[in-house]
Design a protein around this ligand. Structure first.
Ligand code: HEM
Length: 374
C-alpha cells in the first residue's frame, strides 16, 4: 500500500487512507488544513448538537485556541517530572497486582495485569474508586469499538451502545465533579471541577475531560504492555538483552510503539481543497493518517520489518505528533517501564502458551484480547 497506493480512497469507510511517513508528518503538522474536528466532515453523520456526547467537547476533537485552553487545564499534571514523582506508588500497584495474579506459574498478561494496571493508575490520578473498573472497561471498550458489520441494523445497534456508554459515563462523572466542587482533593477531578467553577471550562467540557482521560489512558496502555510482551516473547534474544540490562527497557518500549503501534490510525478533516501526492482532496473529506504504516516506512526506518530494541534514532508516530501529541505519553512510558520490569522480576522464564491470539475488536487500536504466559 505504502508503495503502490500511498494515498487511496476507501469507498467503504468514505475516507482517504494515507500510508507514507512524510505525508502523515505533513498532515499532523498542519492542523489548520487537517482539522481534528469531526463536525467539519461532510461524510460523518453526527447526532444533533444537544444529543452529542461530551467527548465531542474535548481537546482531542478541537483545534486552535480552544484546544490549547483545554489542554492547558491539566498539562502540568502530565509533565514527565510530575509523573516521575508518583513512580513509587505505581510500582506498588504493579507489585500488588502480580502478587494476586501469578497462580501456579500461570497468568494472563492482559486480564490479570495489562488491563487493570493502567486503569488503577488513571483512576487514582482522577480520584475515582478503582473498584469501579469493570464498568470502566465496558465503557472504554464500547467507545473505542469500530463496527466490522456495516449493515443498517448493526450500525444502529452500535450507535445505541455508544450512546448508552457515553450517557452512563457522563452520569458517573457528573456526580464526582459535584462532590469535588464541594470538597476538593489532590486529584485531577478537583483540577477539572475548579476550572469549571472559574468558568475556564463549560459543564460539558468538564464532563468530556473526565471521560477522555479515563478512556484515552487505559485501552491504549493495556495494548502497549500486551504488545511489548508479544514482541519480546517472539524475540527471545531481545527479551534476554532487556532482562540482563544490555539494552534499556525504555529503548525497547519505543521500538514496540513503532513495530506494533497500539494506536494504528487517526482521523483528520480537510478544511480546504488540498493536494496530497498528486491526489485532490476536497474540503470536508476525512483523511486517515496510518501511524502503523508510516512507522514501517523504509525511507525513514532501516529494515522496518525487523524488531530492533536498540533502534536509534526512533522517530515513530506511536503517540502522534504536533499539537495533539499524546498528553499521556510520559505516563504511558512510565507505566510500560514499571509494568514490564515487574513482570520480568516475577517470572523466571516467560513463555507464551500456545493458543492463537484474538485481536482487539477495533480498526484503530492494535493489540490482543488475551495473552496467557507461564
Ligand atoms: C492523544 C496514543 C496513553 C491521553 C493521543 C494521540 C495518540 C495517542 C496517537 C494523538 C491523537 C491525535 O492526534 O488525534 C497513545 C498511546 C498510549 C496513550 C499509544 C499508550 C500506550 C495515554 C494516556 C493518557 C492519554 C495514559 C492519559 C490519561 C491522551 C490525550 C490525548 C492523547 C488527552 C489528546 C491530546 C490532544 O488532543 O491534545 N494519544 N496514548 N494517552 N492521549 Fe494518548
Amino acid at each position: 500500500m505504502r508503495e503502490d497506493h500511498p494515498v487511496r480512497y476507501d469507498d467503504h469507510r468514505e475516507c482517504w487512507d494515507v500510508f507514507r511517513y512524510d505525508d502523515v508528518d505533513r498532515i499532523l503538522d498542519d492542523p489548520e488544513t487537517f482539522s481534528s474536528d469531526p463536525r467539519l466532515a461532510s461524510t460523518i453523520d453526527l447526532p444533533p448538537e444537544d444529543e452529542q456526547s461530551p467527548i465531542m467537547e474535548t481537546m482531542l476533537l478541537t483545534d486552535g485556541d480552544r484546544h490549547d485552553r483545554l489542554r492547558g487545564v491539566v498539562e502540568d499534571w502530565f509533565r514527565p517530572r510530575a509523573i516521575a514523582g508518583r513512580a513509587a506508588r505505581f510500582e506498588e500497584i504493579a507489585a500488588d497486582l502480580l502478587d494476586d495474579a501469578v497462580e501456579g506459574g500461570r497468568m494472563d498478561v492482559i486480564d490479570d495485569f495489562a488491563y487493570p494496571f493502567p486503569v488503577i493508575v488513571i483512576a487514582e490520578l482522577l480520584g475515582v474508586p478503582s473498584e469501579d473498573r469493570p464498568q470502566f472497561r465496558r465503557w472504554s471498550e464500547t467507545l473505542v469499538e469500530t463496527p466490522t458489520d456495516t449493515s443498517e441494523a448493526a450500525t444502529e445497534a452500535y450507535q445505541e451502545r455508544q450512546q448508552e456508554a457515553s450517557e452512563e459515563l457522563a452520569e458517573y462523572f457528573e456526580e464526582k465533579l459535584d462532590a469535588r466542587a464541594r470538597e476538593p482533593r489532590d486529584d485531577l477531578i478537583t483540577v477539572i471541577a475548579e476550572a469549571a467553577s472559574e468558568d475556564r471550562l463549560t459543564h460539558e467540557e468538564a464532563l468530556g475531560f473526565c471521560m477522555l482521560l479515563l478512556v484515552a489512558g487505559n485501552i491504549t496502555t493495556t495494548n502497549l504492555i500486551g504488545n511489548a510482551m508479544r514482541c519480546l516473547t517472539a524475540h527471545p534474544t531481545a527479551l534476554e538483552r532487556v532482562r540482563d540490562g544490555s539494552v534499556s527497557i525504555e529503548s525497547a518500549v519505543e521500538e514496540v510503539l513503532r513495530y506494533r503501534s497500539p494506536v494504528q490510525a487517526l482521523a483528520r478533516i480537510a478544511t480546504e481543497p488540498v493536494e496530497l501526492r498528486g491526489t485532490e482532496i476536497e474540503a470536508g473529506d476525512v483523511v486517515v493518517p496510518w501511524l502503523g504504516a508510516a512507522n514501517r516506512d523504509g525511507d525513514v526506518f532501516a529494515d522496518p520489518g525487523e524488531f530492533r530494541i536498540d533502534r536509534a534514532p526512533n522517530p515513530h508516530f506511536g503517540f502522534g505528533r504536533g499539537t495533539h501529541y499524546c498528553l499521556g505519553a510520559p505516563l504511558a512510558r512510565m507505566e510500560a517501564r514499571i509494568g514490564l520490569n515487574a513482570l520480568f522480576e516475577r517470572a523466571a522464564d516467560i513463555e507464551r502458551r500456545g493458543e492463537t491470539l484474538q485481536p482487539v475488536r477495533s480498526a484503530f487500536i492494535y493489540g490482543v484480547e488475551e495473552f496467557p504466559i507461564e
